[in-house]
Design a binder for this molecule. Structure first.
Ligand code: SF4
Length: 348
């Protein structure tokens, strides 16, 4: 265990010193094949060498631009995508060493809520069958007990009991996402990856779904990894936040610390892009990101942000920055954090 991980444990928002999920150098690269012989000509480096802890009872928000690897990371943790290398521990069990049948009982502990409630539900299945499906697959309930459990789950997510016999097209986006949440909690999981669960919903519905997820978290002591590109949503629901850029984490911190004192230039730019409904705010102070996200099939050397960073120096092009905990529980991966933020060069 690294020094960073040890220090981070002292500052976990939930006070749980032991991570429920632990990632060690997790990497997911997708091969690119071309030509008549389908030869491998490169790879998309979606997620590269991620070290991260997720503590029991916390909500870890994961933010970054589209294509930064957030969803791939979530699916790699759940083993829906098998990592190319590295280790994912649930408690002390290394999931990457298990085959599919060994993983099956553990899948009850780890579930996912998908982004799009319109495409994530089978239009030919009733809501009752959809919610009952994981219970049947894991052979947990049958007959009257199954009917009773489905009714309980619909109650928990605020859907009417008669939803059991109805089909997805009869429901709004928010109601469909409630179905997705009911399906995710059906097996009493401990950990849920929520992959942009509100981004396809009207703003007026988003708060209802966020509040529902927060209530369920408290009631069932759930742990969430909450993936989103909307920084306001992440601030609202998260205990800690990890910021990703081009397949790597660039900053991870308690939510209050990250939003009040962002240390990494990329995080500063992201936060600066949040719209502020106040015409008196001086927009000239905003940090604007230059250029587009580079291709993950050919990421920049050294610090991956160097092609867009206003502070870049030669070292940034050569050396990958290590994560250093500069503030309590607040780690940033940048060579120039002290200089940019007027912090002492040796962190406390
Ligand atoms: Fe910018 Fe260099 Fe820090 Fe990367 S390491 S964020 S390029 S200053």
């Amino acid at each position: 265990m690294s020094a960073n991980q040890t220090q981070e444990e002292n500052h976990t928002p939930t006070g749980n010193a032991k991570p429920l999920i632990r990632l060690e150098k997790v990497r997911k690269h997708f091969p690119i094949h071309k030509g008549f012989f389908n030869r491998k000509v490169g790879e998309v480096q979606a997620v590269t060498d991620i070290d991260l802890n997720i503590y029991a009872g916390e909500t870890l928000g994961v933010v970054g631009e589209s294509g930064c690897g957030k969803s791939t990371l979530g699916r790699s943790i759940l083993q829906l995508l098998r990592p190319t290398s590295g280790h994912v521990f649930l408690d002390d069990v290394d999931l990457t060493t298990l085959n599919n049948s060994q993983l099956r009982p553990l899948r009850r502990d780890m579930q996912i809520v998908f982004q799009n409630p319109y495409s994530s539900l089978d239009p030919r299945m009733t809501i009752g069958d959809t919610v009952a499906e994981p219970l049947k697959v894991h052979n947990l309930h049958r007959g009257a007990a199954l009917t009773q459990r489905v009714a309980e789950l619909l109650d928990m997510v605020g859907l009417p009991r008669d939803a059991v016999r109805r089909y997805p097209h009869e429901f709004s986006g928010g109601q469909r996402q409630r179905v997705g949440i009911a399906r995710a909690i059906a097996l009493n999981p401990r950990f849920i990856v929520a992959d942009e669960p509100v981004s396809a919903l009207d703003v007026s519905i988003q708060a209802q779904i966020l509040n529902l997820m927060d209530d369920l978290k408290k009631e069932f002591n759930l742990t969430y990894m909450f993936i989103a590109h909307n920084l306001s949503v992440v601030e609202y629901i998260s205990d800690r936040v990890a910021v990703m850029y081009l397949g790597k984490i660039v900053e991870v911190a308690p939510a209050a610390s990250l939003y009040k004192t962002p240390l990494h230039p990329y995080t500063k730019a992201l936060l600066s892009s949040i719209p502020i409904p106040d015409p008196t705010v001086d927009l000239s102070q905003r940090v604007l990101l230059q250029g587009d996200l580079p291709s993950p099939s050919n990421p920049p050397s050294g610090c991956r942000f160097h092609t867009r960073c206003p502070y870049v120096i030669e070292k940034c092009r050569q050396e990958v920055p290590e994560g250093i905990e500069y503030l309590p529980g607040h780690t940033a991966y940048c060579h120039l954090v002290p200089e940019i933020n007027n912090l002492p060069t040796s962190p406390a």
